[in-house]
Each structure stands twice: as structure tokens, then as C-alpha cells.
Design a protein around this ligand. Structure first.
Ligand code: DC
Length: 218
């Protein structure tokens, strides 16, 4: 079964590239970051102190999450409510690293992710897909870009100044790559693609070529 794991830091162009690859190859698409964001949105909505790992852990099993896998219409619902807009707010973005370092949160979401992955070909984007969620994936990509290029892309998306974006991004990268439970790391067998100087089409092309090479190698 074709599982393409795409990991990397924020602003590396992962989401656009992962969706593009899924469309081109007729595969489903799973945004695991959206699941961590949905859990975070729910915690904030409930008034749970996200820095309090015990409180987060105690309620991690409560929200009902549903995530879609259509690359053209990625849907995410919490307790039946569409949260695709609210999970992208700055408040959620700045709280998500605290929630996603809690082992009970990760355990629950990894189970859901593996259930979705098990039902057919899919492109999965995140931080720990090649290392923890789908270590047997036949194609693994670790997408990077310079810190400045990543902040610039994010600033364009969020209409905030580059300096604030850079600072918030650096804080999140640091938290995501130094946490104890499944930190963001490149899997040993992942192919690193640096997108600093590449356009979206070139990144998609590089991943599709890799998939074809792997398929040809059997
Ligand atoms: O990809 P994103 O920026 O939407 O992800 C939001 C946060 O979720 C990110 O800061 C870390 C966390 N995350 C994670 O811990 N593991 C994943 N597989 C995906 C995201």
C-alpha cells in the first residue's frame, strides 16, 4: 500500500506539496497537524490551561474528532462542529506545541492516524510520520527550507510582520523538536528536500519522481 510520509517544520511548504502530490497520484491526504490543532482548539474552548500537562492529559480522550482525507477539501470536525477556520488562529498556533507534547494526546491521535492510514493509499504530513506513525512507509520525505524562507511564507499567509512570525516560528520549532515524546526528526531513511530555492511545482515533482523511483526499484 502506498503511504507517503511527509515531515518537516512549519513553513517548509509541506501542506501545499502534500496536497499536490496526493492530487497528482490520486491518493488521499491526511493533515496530522490539523488534528493536534483541533485538540488544542477544544482545550482552549473548554478553558483548560494548556501549559498544565496533567489537565491536558486528563481530558485528551474527551473530544470526538473527525478528519477528512480529500486533498481538495480537507475537513476537520470536533464534536460535530467544523473547526477548519478556528484551528488556524494565532491563539491555537501558539498553544499547539504545549498540547502536542503530552503523551496521552499523541497516543490517542496516533491511533486515529493509523486507522485512517490502514484503509488505503495516502499522503500523510506531520512531524513524526516517518519515525513513529508509519515507520514502514515506502516513501519518506523530510521537507526543509531556511528559517527566513519559512517565516516569509508564513508571514504572507498570516498577514503578520516577518519579525513576529520568525520569533513565533522559532519558538514552536524549538518546542516541537526538543519535546520528549516523538520530537520532530528526520527518519534515517527519509529523503531530505530543501525547498528554499524551489517552487511548489518543483517540490511536488521531486516527490513524485521519488515515488516512481521507489516503485521501479520494487
Ligand atoms: O503542521 P502544523 O503547523 O499545522 O502543526 C501544528 C503543530 O502540531 C506543530 O507545531 C506540532 C504539532 N504536530 C505534531 O506534534 N506532530 C505531528 N505529526 C503534526 C503536528
Amino acid at each position: 500500500m502506498l503511504v507517503i510520509a511527509m515531515d518537516g517544520p512549519s513553513g517548509s511548504g509541506k501542506s501545499s506539496a502534500a496536497k499536490g502530490v496526493a492530487r497528482m497520484l490520486g491518493l488521499r491526504y491526511l493533515d496530522t497537524g490539523a488534528m493536534y490543532r483541533a485538540m488544542t482548539w477544544w482545550m482552549l474552548d473548554q478553558g483548560i490551561e494548556v501549559e498544565d500537562a496533567d489537565a491536558v492529559s486528563a481530558s485528551a480522550g474527551e473530544p470526538a474528532l473527525r478528519v477528512g482525507t480529500d486533498p481538495d477539501a480537507p475537513a476537520i470536525e470536533v464534536d460535530g462542529q467544523d473547526v477548519s477556520g478556528p484551528i488556524r488562529t494565532r491563539e491555537v498556533t501558539n498553544a499547539v506545541s504545549a498540547v502536542s507534547r503530552v503523551p496521552a494526546v499523541r497516543e490517542r491521535l496516533v491511533v486515529l492516524q493509523r486507522e485512517i492510514i490502514a484503509t488505503g493509499g495516502i499522503v500523510v504530513e506531520g512531524r513524526d510520520i516517518g519515525t513513529v506513525v508509519a515507520p514502514g512507509a515506502p516513501v519518506k520525505v523530510f521537507l526543509t527550507a531556511s528559517e527566513e524562507a519559512r517565516a516569509q511564507r508564513r508571514a504572507l499567509e498570516t498577514a503578520r510582520d516577518a519579525e513576529t512570525t520568525l520569533a513565533e516560528q522559532a519558538r514552536r520549532d524549538h518546542l516541537d523538536s526538543t519535546r520528549k515524546t516523538s520530537p520532530m526528526t528526520k527518519a534515517d531513511d527519509a529523503v531530505e528536500i530543501d525547498s528554499t530555492e524551489l517552487g511548489l511545482a518543483e517540490v511536488i515533482d521531486a516527490v513524485v519522481r521519488l515515488v516512481k523511483e521507489r516503485a521501479a526499484a520494487g
